[in-house]
Design a protein around this ligand. Structure first.
Ligand code: G6P
Ligand code: ZN
Length: 540
């Protein structure tokens, strides 16, 4: 056991989902060690049990060995590690809950690219399986600024390639199959026999795991257990650099999947997941399903799956997500919640039993089965619905819109804007919010405008400045927000929405349906004037 003298390193401040930095920064002298010591100092390690795993990106294996040696030196009793130091984020959340551990350390920078020149990250999840709240990550940051030493056991590497128990300086290390418990959980929630029958009947699917963590999970569940054709899952081997892919499942970064799903010989159903397996994108044959619509369809049809047959307790969505899910909740007489962006805001609602299904426009959907969003969970719930309804994705969406109306929706991203330009735009926009009401922009009249604030109904905590909302008469809406996850400059997210009750006008192309809102939003915020950009880099 050694204590190594160190000095504080600036900037070890966790963001929305843990500490994310360039891999080279994380590999720098004392960098990982300092952060892990701050983490253990705050949450306490003595006598505790933790889960450890990551998405397999470059440095994942080395970092796991360091974290194990530091856990042992800090007095942890036991660490449960995914074989090969691999665990998807939802699988880690599940293991924390299943074994009632004191939390878990997840090594991932989510959908950011990986490799020596790309990103690495570490986040801590609490005993409920959910991301550490801000009070905890803030305490870690403060601790990092006063650190003088860290504790490390001098030992050989633990063999993480073999399942089984070993000991490290008196600490138990249990290497477990990263997939088995998660797959069993999925099997308990969904109608596997019905989905098996669907595949046996010739239903074809394409799952793009983007060379990231969901590969082994998807192969085991979709191909081995559900009988999807071998090769259904592509890019199925997690690679340290994700094969050079940007493992973010959206129409831009999963362009290969989009091309296939819109081709002549397209399969019936397509899906993709991100670096650490918590995000998902769903595509039907020739039809893209926006995450907001996906949430609404999943909520409306969830009782078709055994795990949700008793119905839902409530539905929650983040503010920039479309109100499509609210319409489902209203029709079913369920409570619905509008939270700030970030999965952590769903934690209290799930723990308190107020919501069962949650979702975000940022390709995240999940339920109370874990405390993270869960990419494969969403894919399996879709499959369960398809297996029960025996309709195409296009038919299911069309019927959904007929029943609930359609919230046309799109997000426009303007990436790598100079931070000062973005700040100036928001300052100007906030300054004119109070004066917008009643003004007309390209035929749309502003009904209300505000800066979204949220009071948590469970613990009463208040979060302010969560995005600027401009609501137009007739139910259209534009939301302006700066991304909290980018690593270069600022990313402006413009969220656009317009409600069409039907029965006519439900099958327009979203960009065309939203043209009026788009031009009004540009005029209101003078996006081009402030940023020099007139067209978005990414459209979802
Ligand atoms: C992460 C969080 C999500 C959140 C998203 C927002 O993925 O886990 O809960 O919706 O970031 O990202 P943004 O870049 O829009 O801040
Ligand atoms: Zn992720």
């Amino acid at each position: 056991m050694t204590s190594v003298a160190t000095t504080p390193i600036a900037g070890q401040k966790p963001g929305t989902s843990g500490l994310r930095k360039k891999t080279a920064v994380f590999m720098g002298r004392h960098y990982l060690e300092n952060f892990i010591q701050s983490l253990f100092d705050v949450v306490g390690a003595k006598g505790k049990t933790f889960v450890l795993g990551g998405d397999g990106r470059y440095f994942n294996d080395r970092a796991a060995q360091v974290i194990l040696r530091m856990a042992a030196a800090n007095g942890a009793a036991r660490v449960i590690v995914g074989q090969g130091a691999i665990l998807s984020t939802p699988a880690a959340s599940h293991l924390i809950r299943l074994h009632k551990t004191d939390g878990g350390v997840i090594m991932s920078a989510s959908h950011n690219p990986g490799g020596p020149d790309e990103d690495f990250g570490v986040k801590f999840n609490m005993a409920n399986g959910g991301p550490a709240p801000e009070a905890v990550t803030e305490a870690m940051y403060r601790r990092s600024l006063e650190l003088t030493e860290y504790h490390l056991l001098e030992a050989q590497d633990v063999d993480l390639s073999r399942i089984g128990r070993s000991e490290l300086g008196g600490m138990i290390v249990d290497v477990v199959d990263p997939v088995a418990d998660y797959a069993a959980l999925m099997e308990s929630l969904f109608d596997f026999p019905a989905i098996r029958a669907l595949f046996a009947g010739g239903f074809r699917m394409r799952m793009d795991s983007m060379c990231a963590v969901t590969g082994p999970y998807a192969v085991e569940i979709l191909e081995n257990r559900l009988g999807a054709a071998k090769g259904t899952v592509i890019n199925a081997t997690p690679l340290p650099d994700f094969g050079g892919m940007h493992p973010d499942p959206n129409p831009t970064w999963a362009a290969g999947l989009m091309d296939e799903m819109f081709s002549e010989n397209a399969p019936d159903f397509g899906a993709a997941s991100d670096g650490d397996g918590d995000r998902n994108m769903v595509v039907g044959r020739g039809i893209y399903v926006s995450p907001s619509d996906s949430l609404a369809v999943l909520a409306a049809n969830a009782p078709l799956a055994p795990g949700y047959k008793a119905g839902l307790k409530g539905i929650a969505r983040s503010m920039p997500t479309s109100a499509a899910a609210d319409r489902v909740a209203q029709a079913l007489g369920l409570p619905h919640y509008e939270t700030p962006t970030g999965w952590k805001f769903f934690g209290n609602l799930l723990d308190a039993g107020r919501a069962t299904i949650c979702g975000e426009e940022s390709f995240g959907t999940g339920s109370d089965h874990v405390r993270e969003k869960d990419g494969l969970w969403a894919v399996l719930l879709w499959l369960n619905i398809l297996a029960k309804r025996r309709q195409s994705v296009a038919q299911i969406l069309a019927e959904h819109f007929q029943r609930f109306g359609r919230n046309y929706y799109s997000r426009h991203d303007f990436e790598a804007i100079p931070s000062e330009a973005a700040e100036a735009m928001f300052t100007a926009l906030r300054a004119k919010l109070a004066k917008l009401k009643g003004q007309n922009f390209d035929g749309l009249t502003v009904e209300a405008a505000d800066d979204f604030a949220y009071e948590d109904p469970v613990d009463g905590s208040v979060s302010t400045k969560q995005g600027v909302r401009v609501l137009f008469e007739g139910g259209a809406r534009a939301v302006f927000r700066l991304s909290g996850t980018g690593t270069e400059g600022a990313t402006l997210r413009l969220y656009l929405e317009r409600f069409e009750p039907g029965p006519k006008g439900l099958s327009e192309e979203p960009q065309a349906a939203l043209a009026g809102v788009i031009s009004a939003a540009h005029r209101i915020a003078d996006i081009t004037g402030f940023t020099g950009r007139s067209a978005p880099d990414v459209v979802t």
